[in-house]
Design a protein around this ligand. Structure first.
Ligand code: HEC
Length: 166
């Protein structure tokens, strides 16, 4: 008998909660699990619901941030483990020599003084791109029609130094 009463009560509570969760805070607490499921369908229907939502959103935001930091760090570590890039960065570039190399290899597209032709104007490019990104731009061939270059480390260091003077 008591079981039956209980289930009747429960059903009544659920029904009330279904109609308007704000009218019955106690029932709302009992059914907090159901309530939190409803949160996604009916966001902010009560204070508890929106607190739950904010907490969950905070967890997601922190998760995304941690993933982002790990990825950035991972990419950086990978780039630094590339012996070619490490060699280039260890050398002291000569911008004048880099200018000559640029005029022979790059000027067709970027213009003799890097002001842009087919390829974009490269002035201020080192403000937009890191040293590693600049090296990769030259050696990767990932942005056609710009071809993939394979300069030796010294030539690349000189080119890099020239690009940084722009
Ligand atoms: C065949 C034409 C061509 C040649 C040769 C060429 N580039 Fe490019 N370059 C491009 C084009 C086109 C882009 C734009 C690519 C994109 O982002 O889609 C570009 C982009 C770049 C960028 C990035 C610019 C930015 O604003 O992000 C750099 C740096 C660059 N080139 C340097 C060089 C250097 C150094 C050389 C010579 C070793 C060279 N390029 C040779 C066509 C060329």
């Amino acid at each position: 008998m008591s079981v039956a009463t209980n289930s009747v009560h429960k059903q009544m509570v659920q029904t009330q909660d279904d109609i308007n969760p704000q009218d019955n805070p106690k029932a709302h607490q009992k059914n907090s699990q159901e309530a939190s499921q409803k949160t996604s369908q009916n966001a902010g229907s009560s204070v508890t619901d929106s607190t739950n939502l904010i907490q969950r959103m905070a967890v997601i935001v922190v998760g995304v941030l941690v993933a982002f930091i790990l990825m950035t760090w991972g990419v950086h570590a990978m780039q630094m483990s590339d012996p070619y890039i490490r060699n280039v960065l260890a050398l002291t570039g000569d911008a004048a020599r880099g200018h000559d190399i640029f005029q022979l290899n790059c000027a067709v597209c970027h213009g003799l003084e890097a002001a842009g032709e087919v390829g974009p104007d490269l002035h201020g490019v080192s403000d937009r791109k890191s040293q590693v990104a600049l090296i990769q731009q030259v050696i990767s061939g990932k942005t056609p029609p710009m071809p993939q270059f394979q300069p030796n480390a010294k030539d690349m260091a000189d080119l890099l130094d020239y690009l940084e003077t722009l």
